[in-house]
Design a protein around this ligand. Structure first.
Ligand SMILES: Cc1cc2nc3c(=O)[nH]c(=O)nc-3n(C[C@H](O)[C@H](O)[C@H](O)COP(=O)(O)OP(=O)(O)OC[C@H]3O[C@@H](n4cnc5c(N)ncnc54)[C@H](O)[C@@H]3O)c2cc1C
Length: 570
């Protein structure tokens, strides 16, 4: 077996992994592992923009990092950790200017300053953008910088499991997809930046690679999942395909209409209207559909026609293309049919209460980006804050580790033993899968996605959640004997999809479990049987562990103190 040794290994070449790599490769022997070529990472799909209180527009002049932090905490329904939110918002202007100096092609105002647009839940127009292809612009910028800095990449390597020696992370096992061989990466620092897991749902705006492999690997190593009941359903995904129609479309002035030609957001958020936070807009749309005011009982209209062709062509060219190519609708002429769809994972790899941001309870293991739960988004993320999170904490973690210095390694005998054991476990698993006995992975995956869509959606209730949890436990059993050829491992995408499913099932099960446990409504988690927020019992982070008898719940306090916990009104 091939063995690679590094000071630090980063899993993921999206914005968070690349930004951390840029910082670390300057000083230490650093590897970035990615299951796809870096610029195919999901960050490239981000559309609407990145938040920073720059105050570049006249109506944004009074904006400050403090107002940004306040909006973020309020948007999170007060579950976000306030210290980490404040840190992110203070770093935001610096991080956007840094992107600019690296050459990111932001859209501009007449004055030459970076253009900004209004976004949901934001008190000021603070979302900086590159048309409606912001992620593409930022990802290519960081990738170019990484090439310039000579970062060592392992592209098309699939990370399977971590191994631990003497209580500390000691490395990971990955599959070299093109050669079909298992490779060990030894390192005393591992940063998981492996992205979200939206694909556990059947209908999602996420790329097919968003399967939560890093979350699964950490969970199997004993690190809990935090706040996984909070799933963001984006209000406006294209009916039929669930491709994202950016919040930027409403930021530029788009309206939502039901079959009665009413701007129904007036009932939910009379002041913010279409620019209320996503959880509220998604619920408002779902209610219109449930109560019979949706078109074909399935969608509402997002109308941009009044914006005019010049604005649409300049600021929303990607949305125009998507609508024409995937729905046959030109938004200059007609409204776009939209419905809510899974979009973002507020929860993720659990972090340490009193550690550095992104530090986990497993010594040497850190996590950043969408796979992590730091928690800057609490129970509902504001649009434009995720791109920000990736870069802020990518840079932060790089600097923080260098400041800490390299840890002492476990003894090489011990590392060798745990590495051999990790390989043996994977080989054992692959042997069972190759026996051609059980169900096909696609059957299990389809059932998992349908279960979550049907029973763990925008509106939730005990009876449905119990059903979902029970189904997922059965699917976990089915998965033990899943059937996939594993002998020829070169470019074996059947095997890759099955390894992904292994983590997805754990996350799906934990999501249903945590949603059942949280008997209140907060942010994106709405229980029709417990429709109010209950701060007395649930102003805490959920932490799901795998115990001997199945899943177990613990809690972690929320860091408060900067902003008073209040009712949300928009
Ligand atoms: C359609 C869409 C539009 C969005 N628009 C915006 C927006 O405008 N503004 C905003 O703030 N947010 C937006 N978001 C959210 C934001 O884009 C993501 O949260 C963010 O880009 C995630 O970055 P990341 O670095 O954490 O992960 P990703 O960019 O998803 O990268 C994950 C990396 O991990 C690697 N990886 C995963 N598993 C493995 C494995 N097993 N082995 C090896 N490598 C692995 C992948 O190859 C990839 O390189 C949007 C999301 C979607 C779905």
């Amino acid at each position: 077996m091939r063995i690679e040794e590094f000071d630090v290994v980063i899993v993921g070449a999206g914005l968070s992994g690349l930004r951390a790599g840029l910082e670390l490769s300057n000083k230490w022997k650093t590897a970035i592992i990615s299951k796809v070529f870096p610029v195919r990472s999901h960050s490239g799909a981000a559309q609407g923009g990145i938040n920073a209180a720059l105050g570049n527009l006249e109506e944004g002049k009074g904006d400050t990092p403090q107002s940004h932090a306040f909006d973020t905490v309020k948007g999170s329904d007060y579950l976000a950790d306030q210290d980490v939110v404040m840190f992110m918002c203070e770093e935001a202007p610096k991080i956007v200017v840094e992107f600019e100096s690296m050459g990111a092609p932001f859209s501009r105002l007449e004055s030459g300053l970076i253009a900004q647009r209004p976004f949901g839940g934001a008190g000021f127009p603070r979302t900086c953008y590159a048309g409606d292809r912001t992620g593409h612009a930022l990802l290519h910028t960081l990738n170019e910088q990484s090439i310039r800095m000579g970062v060592t990449f392992f592209d098309e390597y699939f990370v399977i499991d971590l191994f631990i020696a003497e209580g500390k992370v000691a490395g990971l096992i990955a599959l070299d997809i093109s050669k079909g061989e298992l490779v060990s990466f030894r390192s005393s620092y591992i940063i998981l930046a492996s992205g979200g897991f939206g694909r556990i749902f059947k209908r999602s705006t996420n790329a097919v690679i968003n399967t939560g492999d890093g979350v699964g690997a950490a969970f199997r190593a004993g690190v809990p999942m935090q706040d996984v009941e909070f799933v963001q359903f984006h209000p406006t995904t294209l009916y039929g395909t669930n491709i994202l129609i950016t919040e930027g479309a409403r930021g530029e002035g788009g309206y939502l209409f039901n079959t009665k030609n009413e701007r129904f957001m007036v009932k939910t958020a009379p002041k913010a209207m279409e620019l209320a936070p996503r959880d509220m807009v998604a619920r408002a749309i779902e209610t219109e559909i449930i109560e019979g005011r949706g078109f074909e009982n399935a969608y509402v209209h997002l109308d941009l026609t009044h914006l005019g062709s010049e604005k649409i062509n300049e600021r929303l060219p990607g949305i125009k293309e998507i609508s024409i190519n995937f729905a046959g609708i030109d938004p200059i002429e007609e409204p776009i049919p939209v419905q809510p769809g899974q979009h973002y994972s507020m929860g993720g790899i659990g972090t340490k209460f009193d550690g550095d941001y992104g530090e986990t309870d497993l010594s040497g293991l850190y996590t950043i980006g969408e796979c992590s739960c730091l928690s800057v988004h609490g129970s509902n993320r504001l649009g434009g804050n995720s791109l920000l999170e990736t870069a802020v904490f990518g840079r932060y973690i790089g600097r923080k580790l260098i400041e800490k210095g390299l840890p002492t390694k476990a003894s090489s005998n011990k590392i060798q033993a745990v590495e051999d054991n990790a390989i043996k476990n994977i080989e054992r698993l692959l042997k069972v899968w190759n026996e051609n006995k059980g169900k096909k992975p696609v059957e299990i995956r389809n059932k998992m996605g349908e279960t979550l869509n049907r029973n763990v959606g925008v509106y939730r209730i005990e009876e449905d959640l119990k059903k979902a949890y029970k189904n997922l436990v059965i699917l976990q059993q089915d998965f033990l004997e899943v059937q996939v050829p594993t002998e020829n491992r070169r470019f074996n995408y059947g095997l890759i999809r099955t390894l992904e499913l292994r983590s997805m099932l754990d996350i799906a099960e934990a999501t249903a479990f945590a949603s059942l446990w949280r008997k209140e409504s907060r942010g994106a988690h709405f229980r029709t049987d417990f429709p109010s927020r209950n701060d007395n019992s649930y102003l805490v982070h959920s932490m799901v562990f795998r115990g001997r008898e199945g899943l177990e719940m613990k809690t972690k306090p929320v860091k408060l103190g900067l902003f008073e916990v209040k009712e949300r009104k928009y």
